[in-house]
Design a protein around this ligand. Structure first.
Ligand SMILES: NC(=O)C1=CN([C@@H]2O[C@H](COP(=O)(O)OP(=O)(O)OC[C@H]3O[C@@H](n4cnc5c(N)ncnc54)[C@H](O)[C@@H]3O)[C@@H](O)[C@H]2O)C=CC1
Ligand SMILES: NCC(=O)COP(=O)(O)O
Length: 320
């Protein structure tokens, strides 16, 4: 039986999603099978399109063109300018991809970038991003965002919240769940004894309480307890000295306390090939590390490398 195809969601039609989907098909045909759930009219002019009526048709269709499970999103697309009427269809495509994976018709979900504000405005989307929406669809209490490239893996503990809310949001339960889900996922991925490095929240990891007390009161006691259970967890470490090459060699994943602490290092090291993967869902979801890139949408300049890496990672992680 041929491997099941990966379901790729449309993402925000006004962004670079349609262009990188077409370019990824060009690069990956003959290597792996995927299909787009979206409106074929949004694809760049000249894209060879193979409309399909079910995921099972995607492998044969890949030779003719980009397989598309065609959905009518209504109004035309304007690159760089989100149309409110598209928003419910963008959300529906994510829902449908998850349903197809759960039904065994697709092997994994790969998501094109969404514009969070456009979905809030156009569809009343109540989630900060895919990660939380997918956790809800999967029926799990917690899902973890991990970004990975060859040089680094990072996990933000708190994700899309204002910086001013991070200290309150950072609870021992959230940190412990995040560490345990990450550790289990890396073991499942073949790292027998994952090494986790946990960043402090404050400058110099609090400098013995002189620059903040979260490390003393919450992070260090949790790490001590987890080490007592046999987990290989180091920290709390000063975040500013965790990401140079010698430091990175000492761990398999950096657990970071807030969004930018995690995402700045990985996007600086390898923006082109970073992949966002959601852990703890019970199915595989990957995504490019970048967003909708409205500033270059429709110009033909979008780099598909991160989506290609995300599709390859989805194939490698998906159960046979
Ligand atoms: N997985 C997802 O759904 C993600 C969605 N976003 C959303 O995307 C929107 C825009 O976010 P920004 O912070 O502006 O980040 P962005 O990643 O869309 O753009 C940042 C810069 O990188 C460039 N860039 C991004 N992707 C590129 C590509 N494939 N090829 C060449 N250049 C590329 C853009 O042109 C821009 O100059 C926001 O609504 C954000 O929430 C952001 C990250 C991930
Ligand atoms: N900054 C990462 C990002 O926005 C992706 O979030 P998600 O949609 O994968 O939850």
């Amino acid at each position: 039986m041929p491997p099941r195809p990966i379901a790729l969601t449309s993402g925000e039609p006004a962004g670079v999603g349609p262009e990188i989907a077409a370019k990824a098909w060009e690069a990956l045909r003959g290597e792996l099978d995927f299909f787009l759930i979206g409106d074929p009219r949004h694809l760049p002019q000249g894209t060879p399109i193979a409309e399909i009526s079910s995921p099972g048709e995607a492998p044969a269709a890949m030779v003719r063109g980009l397989p598309v499970l065609a959905r009518d999103f209504g109004p035309a697309r304007t690159p760089g300018d989100a149309v409110a009427a598209h928003a419910p269809h963008v959300v529906a495509a994510i829902r449908e991809a998850v349903a197809l994976v759960r039904a065994g018709a697709a092997s994994a979900v790969c998501t094109n970038p969404i514009h969070k504000k456009a979905l809030q405005d156009g569809a009343g989307f109540a989630f900060p991003g895919h990660t939380e929406f997918l956790a809800d669809l999967a029926g799990v209490k917690r899902a973890v965002m991990m970004l990975a490239c060859d040089a680094l893996r990072v996990v933000p503990v708190t994700i899309h919240i204002p910086l001013s809310q991070v200290p309150q949001a950072l609870t021992p339960e959230l940190l412990e769940d995040t560490i345990r889900i990450t550790e289990a996922a890396l073991r499942a991925a073949g790292i027998a004894r994952p090494r986790l490095a946990v960043a402090g929240l404050n400058p110099h990891a609090g400098e013995g309480g002189a620059m903040g007390r979260e490390e003393i009161e919450m992070i260090a006691p949790l790490i001590a307890r987890l080490r007592g259970e046999g987990l290989e967890v180091a920290g709390p470490l000063p975040a500013d000295t965790m990401f140079h090459p010698e430091a990175r060699a000492r761990y398999d994943v950096a657990i970071c306390q807030y969004h930018d602490q995690a995402l700045i290092p990985i996007k600086t090291l390898d923006f082109a090939h970073g992949v966002n993967v959601t852990l703890g869902l019970g199915f595989v979801r990957t995504s490019p590390d970048h967003g909708t890139a409205f500033d270059i949408a429709g110009t033909g300049r979008a780099d598909p490398a991160s989506l290609i890496a995300a599709l390859r990672m989805a194939r490698d992680m998906a159960p046979a």
